[in-house]
Design a protein around this ligand. Structure first.
Ligand code: UTP
Length: 292
């Protein structure tokens, strides 16, 4: 099973941290985000992973390569499990020559994917789902639309719909709908629902033709949401409200929040955080406050 992971974006919302470093390499609790994404793909059954990279993204390739210079450190459990991950799936890299949008990044993997259905996971989003998110999408396709496609959805509050691709359609059953309309970042009053695309997809290869015939929109980028509308006009696309959670790490605040959430599960990190919060509650917090 093939999974494409677009990771060639410029990460402009995370500058200057991402000026010379891929945002997909930012750590969450000591592991780079891209590693979580590859782990999720492998858990879903992927044995052939295509990471779409671009200029300044070499660190992504190096991360999944063996590093002989680390010598004995290579036997550390954390590095052993990374090595094991790289052996469970073959990881290929293709270049997106210009950051022309998510859909264009997916199109860069066309030759490698060929004419079979494939998964897409974003390089900056961590899923915690059981079953894994792509397995949930495949199950929905098997049930509702063999040979069709599926997109992962989450319900978002009305005042947040303008941040997402929003989907409307006919209910098929609990947590599943046949997608009829997709709108990228609509105003609340124009949104067909509060079901938002979360960035995980199971796509039929007909998506490539749809991407090719989709004109570029905002920022000269081809939106995957617009290409999916073309696909949904031609063949079944199922929307699946996923059982689980997605953590977007694409801005400093979202990344920080993800680290806090994951850190609070670890006794050592939790104790450190509680100490910092307690200190803040009991002591003056800045020189300005002290001088008052
Ligand atoms: P984002 O829109 O979150 O990434 O795309 P971005 O474009 O890097 O972010 P900003 O808006 O400039 O801050 C989600 C995923 O799609 C990849 C990104 O690398 C990210 O992992 N992507 C995005 C591409 O591979 N190519 C693109 O042209 C755009």
């Amino acid at each position: 099973m093939k999974v494409v992971i677009p990771a060639a974006g410029l990460g402009t919302r995370f500058l200057p941290a991402t000026k010379s470093m891929p945002k997909e390499m930012l750590p969450v609790m000591g592991r780079p985000v891209i590693q979580y994404v590859v782990e999720e793909a492998v858990a879903s059954g992927a044995d052939d992973i295509i990471i779409v990279t671009g200029r300044g993204k070499r660190a992504l390739e190096d991360h999944f390569d063996h590093n002989p210079e680390l010598g004995a450190f290579n036997s550390q459990p954390a590095l052993q499990s990374l090595e094991a991950l790289s052996e469970k799936a073959t990881i290929h890299f293709v270049r997106q020559r210009s950051a022309l949008g998510l859909a264009h990044a997916v199109l860069c993997a066309e030759q490698h994917v060929g004419r079979e259905a494939f998964g897409v996971l974003l390089g900056d989003s961590i899923y915690e789902c059981d079953p894994p998110v792509l397995s949930q999408l495949r199950m929905a396709v098997d049930r509702w639309a063999p040979r069709g496609s599926a997109v992962a959805l989450e319900l978002v509050p009305e005042d947040r719909v303008h941040h997402y691709g929003i989907v409307g359609g006919q209910a098929l059953g609990p947590g599943a709908l046949r997608v009829e309309r997709l709108v990228e970042k609509p105003k609340a009053e124009d949104a067909p629902s509060r079901y938002a695309l979360t960035g995980a997809y199971w796509l039929s290869p007909r998506i490539f033709d749809c991407i090719r015939s989709t004109p570029a929109g905002r920022r000269n980028e081809v939106e995957l949401t617009d290409a999916l509308q073309k696909l949904a006009d031609q063949e079944p696309v199922i929307g699946v409200v996923i059982d689980g959670r997605r953590y977007d790490t694409g801005t400093p605040l979202l990344w920080f929040e993800t680290n806090l959430r994951f850190g609070l599960r670890d006794p050592e990190y939790r104790a450190a955080l509680e100490r910092v919060v307690a200190e803040r509650g009991s002591a003056p917090t800045s020189s300005t406050e002290r001088s008052k």
